[in-house]
Design a protein around this ligand. Structure first.
Ligand code: ATP
Ligand code: MG
Length: 464
């Protein structure tokens, strides 16, 4: 391993060794290194106390921030690199299933490793040399692609209800299997998992969404009961059959769409939208006189439910807004009969910045009908039409109009609702015919609309 140890880590290790202290690389970095993957974080474990870590690093020209001092962790910055250094820990007493009641320091690295979740995460590399300390045969499990709890799975899951979800997330992320006892223990620990904070759950769900086949993670969640616990609305999509070109029930369709989005698009919101775009279907499913299932207005219901789910999981508002906007607009069906005005209305509705994402979502949705690469020609034709229309006009919002509020005010139009109404009508006019987007023309039209008092009143009533 020596060859793989970064020179900065070796240097940091020498500061600790010179003070008579041990220091190890631990956690995901070791796992990823053994798998030949790129390392993104350095987690280090030491027998030096946090004050000693601070002292050693400062003396050596490093910067130290006490990021998690309650848990014995400090973050150190040295030569433009950073690492989290945690004093050997043991944890005891998890009365709330969320976090240990107290943190006590462990005597040695073996004891520190024994509190970690999975064998693959409980390997330490002694620095600077990189000799492995592997008391739970983590290396063997990594080789066999197995996720196995350190010690008794039931006990480990009863201590921290996030661990079952981490097992599922790692399985999805790494393409590993969860060992039988570990897998069986998940269903028995759901009560403990229910106590975990939604923020911690979201972090794991994000990592499932970032894996190459998120469906692996969500299917494992379903099988173990975690999906019902955290996204019951999605679990309820199982067995909701659809008809026509759909080959799958709503859950399998959504998972296929999500896999497509994960493979083809970096956007978190597109992946979330692919997962949740049909979440309203179980609620609105009906059956028509010919015995065919209907899902009228499902996108509206899906928007409301997605907002609820994403807020519950504490996603930031920006993510919630964008995801629900994509879901709201996901049902367009382009044909060559669309007029240029219809294409412009589509751009105005979706928003120029969201066009690529809505195409991705629509492709993902179509992929989810069959799980096979289908014919995306109609989307490609729409992209072409949109690009052509964009070269001819860039007026898709009120802000793009050739008149502003001051112009209308000077023309004698009162502010407030009436002006809002008139702007809306002006935009409709320009979407119909971009050539009208000239100051004089729009002022004339505005004046006409205003004088046609009745129309304004109707429009305003509509607005209210
Ligand atoms: P990632 O690549 O996602 O960062 P990771 O294994 O590094 O994976 P972290 O959450 O960064 O995960 O945690 C670092 C290490 O801390 C883990 O490898 C594991 O040893 C330990 N650990 C983290 N969370 C838990 C937990 N809930 N219970 C027990 N040990 C944990
Ligand atoms: Mg990590």
């Amino acid at each position: 391993m020596t060859g793989n140890i970064h020179p900065v880590l070796k240097e940091i290790a020498s500061f600790f060794n010179n003070s008579g202290k041990e220091i190890y690389l631990v956690g995901g970095a070791v796992r990823d290194m053994l798998m030949g993957k790129k390392i993104h974080d350095w987690d280090l474990a030491t027998n030096a106390l946090p004050e000693e870590v601070t002292e050693i690093m400062k003396r050596s020209g490093g910067k130290v921030i006490p990021t998690g001092i309650k848990h014995g962790t400090v973050t150190v910055f040295y030569k433009r690199k950073s690492a989290e250094i945690t004093t050997f820990r043991t944890e005891s007493g998890y009365s709330d299933g969320r976090r240990p009641d107290q943190v006590t320091y462990a005597a040695d690295i073996e004891e520190d490793l024994s509190r970690r979740d999975f064998t693959m995460n409980a390997i330490a590399l002694c620095l600077p040399g990189g000799e492995a300390v592997d008391p739970f045969n983590g290396k063997k499990d990594i080789k066999a692609k197995i996720i196995r709890c350190v010690g008794d799975a039931k006990e480990r899951f009863s201590e921290d209800g996030l661990r079952p979800l981490r097992a599922v997330r790692f399985a999805s992320q790494l393409g590993f299997q969860i060992e039988k006892n570990t897998l069986e223990a998940i269903s028995g620990a759901l009560e403990t998992s229910a106590k975990v904070s939604q923020e911690r759950v979201r972090t794991e769900i994000d990592k499932i969404l970032d894996s190459s086949l998120p469906s692996d993670g969500f299917r494992l969640m379903e099988k173990t009961g975690l999906l019902k616990l955290f996204i019951a609305e999605l679990d309820a999509c199982r067995g909701v059959e659809q008809k026509g070109f759909h080959q799958y029930d709503v859950l399998d369709h959504s998972l296929l769409a999500c896999d497509y989005a994960a493979a083809n698009c970096y956007s978190r919101e597109v992946r979330l939208a692919a997962l949740l775009h049909d979440i309203g279907k179980p609620k609105v499913r009906g059956i028509d006189s010919a015995g065919v299932y209907t899902f009228y207005r499902h996108e509206e219901v899906s928007v409301g439910m997605s907002r609820e789910i994403l807020s519950r999981l504490r996603y930031p508002n920006t993510v919630i807004d964008k995801t629900s906007h994509l879901i709201k607009e996901h049902m367009f069906l382009y044909t060559e009969q669309w007029s240029d005005a219809a294409v412009r209305r589509f751009i105005a509705r979706v928003g120029e910045d969201n066009l690529d994402d809505i195409y991705s979502l629509r492709r993902a949705d179509i992929y989810g009908f069959s799980g096979k690469e289908p014919d995306y020609r109609s989307i490609e034709q729409l992209v072409e039409r949109v690009n052509k229309v964009l070269t001819e006009s860039r007026a898709f919002t009120v802000k793009d109009l050739a008149v502003n509020g001051n112009d209308l005010m000077s023309a004698g139009i009162p502010g407030g609702k009436i002006m809002g109404c008139i702007f809306k009508e002006l935009l409709e006019t320009v979407l119909d015919d971009p050539a009208q987007n000239k100051r004089e023309t729009l002022l004339e039209i505005a004046d006409r609309i205003y004088k046609r008092n009745e129309a304004v009143t109707t429009c305003c009533t509509r607005l209210v």
